[in-house]
Design a protein around this ligand. Structure first.
Ligand SMILES: C[S@@+](CC[C@H](N)C(=O)[O-])C[C@H]1O[C@@H](n2cnc3c(N)ncnc32)[C@H](O)[C@@H]1O
Length: 255
């Protein structure tokens, strides 16, 4: 079941400071290097469609899939012109088990989507679907929670407050580490205040995050006939180390 139900309403506000354009430029540099002729992109876990829309604006034909109907509703609301122009489309689906009946030049999964898969079984199903949806010589690019850094510097209790003209949202994140299973349960307690009326709403959600290690990623890729090309720290040129919470991988399907 999607944990992004109620959270979806506040998602764009919580991540208003995230530099999606810079992220898309970083990913596009790898696409230009390893698949310069690519024209179609499948985005897994596209959420509210911000990366997807930027790729579409850069000339790619983009399909986004996500489990959460609420996230997709916001994605469709945000990008009507690109959708009407036929360069962007969204479908509801589970990345562990979907079949679009077509192949793409590039598959991306950005902002920890792969770390939302809690175990080896779900990762195996997802990587198999990815391989099936990639054209020969296609690229798969994704970021993930990088295990060595999560263990060296475990997540802590954090409070984030954001507001727009209508509401103020406070999110308290309380993580619980389960090192035997390579999981972190991040509980989010959300408080929303409607400014005009002072009305208050509260809810909680737990996001189960799976931190990953390079050998298991290599083995998942190789099992599906994909060749790892790059292991990086996200948004950087260097290899990940114990300070790199976010890792990034580029893999390629043989021609
Ligand atoms: C942190 S959000 C990232 C959204 C978007 N990629 C972004 O960068 O804003 C994770 C997304 O993954 C989606 N997701 C998690 N597990 C999924 C699954 N098994 N199948 C499809 N989508 C999934 C969630 O619904 C959510 O939209």
């Amino acid at each position: 079941l999607s944990v992004f139900g109620t959270y979806a309403q506040y998602y764009d506000l919580l991540y208003a400071g995230k530099d999606y354009a810079k992220e898309v430029d970083y990913v596009r540099a790898f696409i230009r290097r390893y698949a310069p002729g690519a024209s179609s992109v499948l985005e897994l876990g596209c959420g509210t469609g911000v990366h997807a829309s930027l790729f579409a604006e850069h000339g790619y034909a983009v399909t986004g899939i996500d489990l959460s109907g609420e996230m997709l509703a916001r994605a469709r609301e945000r990008h009507p012109t690109l959708i009407a122009g036929g360069v962007l489309s969204f479908q509801q689906g589970d990345i562990r088990d979907f079949d679009l009946g077509e192949q793409f030049d590039v598959v991306i999964a950005l902002f920890h989507v792969i770390s939302y898969l809690p175990n080896d079984h779900d990762l195996g199903l997802t990587f198999a679907s990815i391989s099936k949806h990639l054209k020969p010589a296609g690229l798969f690019l994704f970021d993930y929670w990088y295990g060595p850094a999560v263990l060296a510097d475990p997540p802590t209790h954090r409070i984030k407050t954001l507001e727009n003209d209508e509401i103020e949202v406070t999110r308290v994140a309380t993580p619980t580490l389960h090192p035997a299973d390579h999981l972190v349960d991040v509980n989010y307690d959300m408080t929303i205040v409607e400014k005009s009326s002072g009305r208050l709403a509260e809810f909680s959600e737990t996001h189960r995050m799976h931190y990953l290690f390079r050998p298991e990623i290599e083995s998942l890729l190789v099992r599906q006939g994909l060749r790892p090309l790059e292991f990086r720290e996200w948004l950087s040129e260097k290899e990940p180390d114990e300070k790199s919470w976010n890792g990034f991988v580029v893999a390629k399907k043989p021609s």
